[in-house]
Design a protein around this ligand. Structure first.
Ligand code: 13P
Length: 247
């Protein structure tokens, strides 16, 4: 098993002040946790202050999105060099909310992954099926298409795959450990058959209604190597229980 990665995706939440007070409360509780790679993904407006507040800790900073050009006339966008400049070492790409509300296609996701990698940002690459797709028996087909198109012509390093079934996001309906393991193992086999042994070293994490109560049973699955946490990462107390699941 690779070293687990547990990331907080705050989505459209928290002011600068709320970010600072979260970090102040959170850091002491994870001071001795070197077993898990811990990542926080605040909104863009909080990245600068979060970077300062995390400076003396092991906790890493992620952005929730990126644009694929470095600079130019792209109003409203933020680029990889800008994210690296503000202290990010990670970026979340391809989240289902971006695919759904901002029309991000597999092709755009692929371009974003390339842009991130060009500037040495590690990528948390999100994939996952909708409820309808699951009910129609299309889960593996959808996940395979997202992997194939998203990773097209990309060398496999500095990437974490986040399996986030859309029906489990923000719904309280977590995938059962069996459901998560089934898809994670499919992803693992796909990675190995397309990238040989390198595929074994790629972390596959789970997202979708992860809580302090269910993290242990998910982490007991052989191919679940961490979590991408939304709602339960907004309170320092609950997110620290999740990252400290071993203690
Ligand atoms: P919830 O943990 O709120 O279900 O969100 C999951 C998610 O989308 C993380 O990226």
């Amino acid at each position: 098993m690779n070293k687990p990665l547990i990331a907080a995706n705050w989505k459209l939440n928290k002011t600068i002040q709320e970010t600072e007070s979260f970090i102040k409360e959170f850091l002491p509780s994870v001071k001795n946790n070197n077993e898990v790679e811990i990542v926080l993904a605040p909104p863009f407006t909080s990245l600068y202050i979060a970077n300062l507040a995390l400076k003396d800790s092991q906790v890493k900073l992620a952005a929730q999105n990126i644009f694929y050009e470095d600079k130019g006339a792209f109003t409203g966008e933020v680029s990889a060099p800008m994210l690296a400049d503000v202290g990010c070492s990670y970026v979340i790409i391809g989240h289902s909310e971006r695919r759904q509300y901002f029309n991000e296609t597999d092709d755009i996701v692929n371009k974003k992954i390339r842009a991130a990698r060009k500037h040495n940002l590690s990528v948390i690459f999100c994939i996952g099926e909708s409820l309808n797709e699951r009910q129609m028996g299309l889960t593996f087909k959808v996940v395979q298409r997202q992997l194939k198109e998203g990773l097209r012509d990309i060398e496999l390093y500095n990437i974490t795959i986040a399996y986030e079934p859309i029906w489990a996001i923000g719904t309280g309906k977590t995938a059962t450990p069996e459901q998560a393991q089934e898809v994670h193992s499919f992803i693992r086999n796909w990675l190995i058959s397309n990238f040989d042994n390198v595929g074994k070293e790629i972390r596959i994490i789970y997202g979708g209604s992860v809580t302090p109560e269910n993290i242990k049973s998910l982490m007991n699955c052989p191919d679940v190597e961490g979590a991408l946490v939304g709602g339960a990462s907004l309170k320092a107390d609950s997110f620290s229980k999740i990252v400290n699941y071993k203690f």
